[in-house]
Design a protein around this ligand. Structure first.
Ligand code: SF4
Ligand code: SF4
Length: 455
């Protein structure tokens, strides 16, 4: 664990967790815009929920920020063009999972923006929109959880039937995954905008107090936000201990307000009076409401120990990973693995033609030597995986049951509660592929649960 700065009182969650080296190699690299590519592929499903429905076709001219696909339900989100140019075709393209998904392909011509978007650099602090107008702007701007969950933000802000209105707005500035620094840079460089975004979300939800949780390896971000929030006593910036997976909603809620979300898969932060929003999402909310700018670009950390030209890039959505590599001098030699997201919860992929989407916070490169996996040996019943599981599961047991195909018992052992944090996998001295089994088991059990619910 990194040292807690002297005199700083910090909080954390009590159960399990690990302290991997943070490897924030790009923490001092300011955000720079990545070049606009010659073509983008705008995936229709960049969020949890129903994919968006195209409203443009081949030959149509589009501007930056123009809606090209509309939401197709309440739990859905529109997609906007990140470039200006001509729609070439609607096509299926590979995404990070390796499967082909529908997308709108746009050939870039110039860089012409929708006239409604305020591109001036000035801070717009005054809030003129009503709570309903704020939620509507968030919905129509295609804002989804940018921490990786990609849940449509307007849905999070709408209190469901039978639920009480929230009391706490909790802003997730934890970024506890090793390597990733996109949120960190945003908090340093855009603190006044983020504080305005927090005020917008407080107005939209009717919540009187907000907390921004940030781990102590980002004290410069803590100070930036404390200064930006100094005129707003209802917004508290809370330093947290470095403790993975503190960026998980369950762990963050416990660390900040001491409340326990009911067990997964049903339990949500709203059940304990909290709404949790990632800090990059808060910035996107600011831009959507105050600048009329839909979600067309995001900050992405591009990093790795053997990748010196890495940094934090403002990337137009739909840019291919290959184009991003070209803009930083090409694919480095000796790359063994590229992971989308952080190394703990991210997903390795092979096809560089995949387009960047709303949920991609980082690309982490590993050399062949770093990517090499240790030999898998028999479980020695050391119990380390049990000790680190933040959900109190017995990973060796659940993974073993899934391996043997005993899904009924794996369900009884709460396999669906697994948040896929990878702590058990990380700590296992026998290199057991625990996370793979847990993910497979969880997916199969959830399918069976859905089938049972349908009768
Ligand atoms: S991946 Fe799942 S089982 Fe493993 S430590 Fe995390 S929550 Fe527990
Ligand atoms: S950490 Fe690995 S070796 Fe130890 S009990 Fe868990 S699965 Fe077995």
């Amino acid at each position: 664990m990194g040292a807690t700065p002297a005199g700083i009182k910090t909080r954390t969650f009590p159960q399990g967790g690990i302290h991997p080296p943070d490897l924030k190699l790009s923490a001092d690299r300011a955000i720079v815009p990545a070049p606009v590519p010659s073509q983008v592929a705008l995936l229709l499903g960049q969020h949890i929920g129903a994919p968006a429905k195209p409203v443009v076709g081949p030959g149509d001219k589009v501007l930056v920020g123009q809606m090209v696909a509309e939401a197709s339900g309440f739990v859905s989100s529109p997609v906007h063009s990140s470039v200006s140019g001509t729609v070439l075709r609607l096509d299926d393209v590979p995404d990070v999972s390796g499967y082909r998904r529908p997308a709108i392909i746009v050939k870039v011509e110039g860089d012409e923006w929708m006239p409604s978007i305020d591109r001036s650099p000035g801070l717009c602090e005054e809030i003129a929109a009503s709570p309903q107008e704020i939620v509507e702007a968030i919905k129509t701007s295609g804002i989804v959880g940018l921490g990786g969950a990609t849940f449509p933000t307007h849905v999070k802000l709408s209190v469901g039937p039978g639920k009480n209105p929230p009391e706490h707005l909790l802003i997730n500035g934890v970024e506890c995954e090793p390597y990733l620094t996109a949120d960190h840079r945003l908090m340093i460089e855009k603190a006044p905008e983020i504080v305005t975004g927090v005020r917008l979300l407080m107005a939209a939800t009717g919540v009187r107090r907000a907390m921004i949780g940030i781990e102590v390896n980002k004290m410069d971000a803590v100070r930036s936000l404390q200064e930006a929030a100094s005129r707003y006593p209802a917004i508290e910036v809370v330093p947290l201990q470095m403790h993975y997976p503190q960026g998980g909603e369950r762990q963050l809620v416990k660390a900040l307000i001491g409340r326990e979300i009911p067990p997964p898969p049903q339990g949500l932060p709203i059940d304990v009076g909290a709404v949790v929003i990632n800090v990059a999402t808060v910035f996107a909310v600011y831009e959507a409401v105050q600048k009329k700018k839909p979600l067309i670009e995001r900050v992405v950390t591009f990093t790795g120990k053997a990748f010196f030209s890495g940094g934090n890039f403002l990337v137009r959505l739909g840019t291919s990973v290959a184009d991003l590599f070209s803009s930083v001098g090409g694919v480095p030699e000796d790359i063994g693995k590229i992971v989308c997201g952080g190394p703990m919860m991210g997903r390795a992929f092979a096809d560089l033609d995949i387009p960047m989407t709303k949920g991609m916070s980082g690309l982490v490169l590993f050399s062949r030597a770093e990517a090499r996996q240790g030999e898998i040996t028999n479980c020695i019943r050391c119990g380390k995986c049990v000790a680190v599981c933040p959900l109190g599961l017995e990973p060796y047991l659940v993974a073993g049951l899934v391996e043997r195909g005993d899904l009924e018992r794996a369900e009884k052992e709460r396999a669906v509660s697994c948040c896929e944090c990878g702590c058990c996998d990380y700590i296992c001295p026998a290199n057991r592929p625990l996370l793979d089994y847990l993910k497979i088991g969880k997916a199969r059990i959830m399918e069976a649960m859905k089938r049972r619910a349908k009768g």
